[in-house]
Design a protein around this ligand. Structure first.
Ligand SMILES: [Zn+2]
Ligand SMILES: [Zn+2]
Length: 145
């Protein structure tokens, strides 16, 4: 039980690194085509091509949950960790930061304000190159000031 919980939490934390890496080197790299409309948002469109990344990350999660349940092994807890990160991504990135659903508008939490500020800085740059601040949940301390 403890091992499973630790595995899920570790997977969640590793996902922050994977998403930072994917964002910096893949989304602002070969798959910029899919990420572009998240930096140059057309307010009339409800969905962005960038939303495909949500599906792309859902695949390993679903696979791990299915395989892990079938063989009752550790893959299940890795799958749950990825799914929880996806859920956090949806709440934090889509709702809290981008307000795609208009709730949690004015958080007073220092942490929430810091991650919002960091992501705003990321979005200041509308181009593929020279971005900064690619993380979601872990951001440099300077944004806490
Ligand atoms: Zn970006
Ligand atoms: Zn964003």
């Amino acid at each position: 039980m403890l091992f499973n919980t630790v595995l899920t939490i570790t997977t969640f934390l590793i996902m922050e690194f994977i998403s930072w890496f994917t964002h910096k080197y893949i989304m602002h790299g070969p798959l910029w085509n899919l990420h572009l409309d998240h930096h140059q948002v057309d307010k009339k469109k409800k969905l962005q091509k960038n939303d495909y990344f949500f599906l792309i990350f859902a695949i390993p999660s679903i696979m791990a949950i299915i395989l892990g349940s079938m063989n009752s092994n550790y893959l299940l807890y890795i799958g749950i960790g990825i799914a929880l990160y996806g859920f956090a991504y949806f709440i934090v990135h889509e709702i809290i930061i981008h307000q795609r659903i208009k709730i949690f508008r004015n958080s007073k939490s220092r942490y929430i304000r810091a991650i919002k500020r960091a992501h705003k800085v990321h979005h200041k740059n509308i181009d593929k190159e020279d971005g900064e601040s690619f993380g979601m949940l872990l951001v440099p301390l300077k944004y806490f000031k």
